[in-house]
Design a protein around this ligand. Sequence first.
Ligand SMILES: C[S@@+](CC[C@H](N)C(=O)[O-])C[C@H]1O[C@@H](n2cnc3c(N)ncnc32)[C@H](O)[C@@H]1O
Length: 364
Amino acid sequence: MSNGNGEDLGEDEHLRAPLLLHSLKELSEIILPCLEIAGARSVVEVGAEEGTFTRQLVGWAEEHDGTVYCVEPAPTPVLREMCEASDAVVLVEQFSPRALEELDRADVYVVDGDHNHYTVKRELEAIEAKSAGGGLDALVMLQDIGWPWGRRDLYYAPDSLPSGAVHPYTYDGGVTLDFPGVGEGGFRGEGELALALEEGGPANGVLTAVEDFLEPREELVLAQIASVFGLGVVYPASALYQETIAAFLSPFDESPLLQRLEENRLRLYLKVLELQDDSTTMRRDMEGLRLRNRDVDTENRALWARIAELESRSGSMEAEVVNLLNSRAFALSERLSTVTRRRGKGPGLSRQRLQNALDGKAQG
Ligand SMILES: C[S@@+](CC[C@H](N)C(=O)[O-])C[C@H]1O[C@@H](n2cnc3c(N)ncnc32)[C@H](O)[C@@H]1O
């Protein structure tokens, strides 16, 4: 078995593949040719996570005598190792946009860091500030211009941003299509990422940041590719490669087919999350019932033991009474009692009455 890149896959590779494709690696058939078209030599990647896409950029840089600057404030050991193993990549362990302000100008920027309006707009401004002729002259690709973060801020570290730049947010709950608030199910930050409480409105989300940046800059072009959470490609209309890149991107740019496929994939994944949540609730309920059942069982056993004890005590009491009834002492008492009864002094003792009581018969 092999994947689309002709790489051999193990028998169970498909089982180990992520359930939801999310890395820029999935868009490499679009991103890497764009580097080619722009004649890039230097690329800045903002936000690398495990380095899944960085690995491809490094491969590209090694083949093209290029350099990748990988901006990642929280590099994993895998990413660190990858960056140490190649001269074609420099790890910049810092937050963007500060890192972009300090780095030299690059030909291409791939932005996939903190997905909120404040950060993304400042990243674009920092890239523009590095440009030679005043206006932005680099090719910029931005991940997550689609749902869920296109129109809703996501914060890795909301406390590190100016308070006025941060929408009311929560670390709990999740987001679903067709609902602008935050609910119980859906995509969630698992307590690690903060989500804006409301989708939409001004200064909210990655696509809104891109549009706000572009609005006064008519010389810039934006192509929008719906796949894998949405990729925005921004470049100057005056770029030498403008015609080539526009022709290359045109089948993907605002393609209704890709939009439908993306929406379908999101809805399917949200359904999977819903089913997973339902099964978690059912498992929890079943565990509660199992424990309750165990308690009832224990109570039952204790009750049966008590019944057996009472039965055995009542059996031996009955035997004692029968012995007493058959004793000479009782016979004597019964005769005395007969005399007492005849004199009208109380009901007196009677073997028959006691035997009836033992047998459960009504007293006469
Ligand atoms: C969605 S992941 C990147 C995935 C990666 N680009 C890929 O396609 O495989 C986002 C990454 O951005 C990093 N990040 C968060 N805030 C950042 C910031 N202000 N500057 C740079 N990176 C940031 C996070 O640590 C995380 O590793």
